[in-house]
Each structure stands twice: as structure tokens, then as C-alpha cells.
Ligand binder design. Structure first.
Ligand code: IMP
Ligand code: MG
Length: 182
């Protein structure tokens, strides 16, 4: 692939992604088979992961999407989470399973979980392809984790650098010159 040329090193390859999704599909099918959950994807990074994962979920579910962004800084350094696009269905009394590409600081997810709980969801859990626990700013452990990675910036399989590389079919490290050229 052409966009391959910008990648220094593979972090999670295609075969490993297939294995991860197979395992997560089994775990989730075991835990959610009688719960009729709403699978909520956090845009835009969730797209490849959620689309592959849902085909391994052998139970009834509905899907929905949210687009959320976090703003850091200001004088207080406080974090503000903005709902760019809200879920278009009620969650009251429903089990919600959030699909994420990566959990880093945990702040975005924390805010989304609190919001959905506030709206009366029966449970809110997270399935993430990647977990970067060293980046955590709040105490949070996702219920379902594909693979834990070190505190490095990765792209591909949903993850972007300045909007690009989401369509790379695996997760990798960018070559340093890609950042340096900006
Ligand atoms: P946080 O857990 O609130 O810090 O937010 C995680 C979000 O930051 C993810 O949904 C990604 O959009 C983005 N993010 C974190 N780490 C990376 C990375 O290594 N590559 C690309 N995006 C990342
Ligand atoms: Mg994201």
C-alpha cells in the first residue's frame, strides 16, 4: 500500500487484530447474550474496529454513534468534553457497550460514561481495541481490552494523525519525518 510507506513499524498487525476480535467477540457474546445492548461507537476512530467486531457478536443488539471531542488547558487545565454528535436513541434502562479505538487519558470516555449513566443506562461498559494505561489521567480500566500498548502515538485501523491513516488495515508507528515535515 502507498500509505504503508509512512509507517516505521507495525504495532498490532492484521493477524493479531483478527485474533483479538475473535476473542473479544466470544467474551462479549458470553456476557451480553441476554442483554440486548446498544453498541455505541465513538466516531470517527471506532469505524473499522466496530464494523469487524459486531460481526462476531452472536446476540441481538442495536447500534448507535456519538462524536465527542475533548478540550484541554485554559487557566485551570480543566478538561471540557464536547458532544459534537449525540446518540439518537434513548438509553434509559438499556445496557450500553461503548466501542473505542483507544483509551489513553481516559477523560473522554469518563465523561461519556457519566453522561449515559445520568440518562439512566442500566450499565455502561467499554470495549477498546487498544489500551494505553501509562497515559491515564483518571483511574479507569476498560472492561474489555484488545491489547495493551506502551505510551506511543499510533495510527491506523481507525486511529488518525491529522485526520489521515484511519484506513490503514493495521496499527503502526509513523516515521518521524512525517511529523517533522509539518
Ligand atoms: P482520552 O482517553 O480521553 O485521552 O482520549 C482518547 C482519544 O485520543 C482516542 O479516542 C483517540 O481519538 C485519541 N488518541 C489517543 N492516543 C492516540 C494515538 O496513539 N493515536 C491516535 N489517536 C489517539
Ligand atoms: Mg477517538
Amino acid at each position: 500500500m502507498m500509505i504503508d510507506n509512512d509507517i516505521e513499524k507495525t504495532i498490532v498487525g492484521r493477524e493479531e487484530i483478527v485474533e483479538i476480535i475473535d476473542r473479544l467477540g466470544k467474551e462479549l457474546t458470553r456476557d451480553y447474550k441476554d442483554k440486548y445492548p446498544i453498541l455505541v461507537g465513538i466516531l470517527k476512530g471506532c469505524i473499522p474496529f466496530m464494523s469487524d467486531l459486531m460481526k462476531h457478536l452472536d446476540f441481538h443488539l442495536e447500534i448507535g454513534y456519538m462524536d465527542v471531542s475533548s478540550y484541554f488547558g485554559g487557566l485551570t487545565g480543566a478538561v471540557d468534553v464536547k458532544i459534537e454528535m449525540d446518540l439518537n436513541m434513548p438509553v434509559k434502562g438499556r445496557h450500553v457497550l461503548i466501542a473505542e479505538d483507544i483509551v489513553d487519558s481516559g477523560r473522554t470516555l469518563h465523561a461519556v460514561i457519566k453522561l449515559l449513566e445520568h440518562r439512566g443506562a442500566k450499565s455502561v461498559k467499554v470495549v477498546t481495541l487498544l489500551d494505553k494505561p501509562e497515559g491515564r489521567k483518571i483511574d479507569y480500566v476498560p472492561a474489555y481490552i484488545g491489547v495493551t500498548i506502551p505510551k506511543v502515538f499510533v495510527v491506523g485501523y481507525g486511529l488518525d494523525y491529522e485526520g489521515r491513516y484511519r484506513n490503514l488495515p493495521y496499527v503502526g508507528l509513523l516515521k518521524p519525518e512525517i511529523y517533522e515535515n509539518d
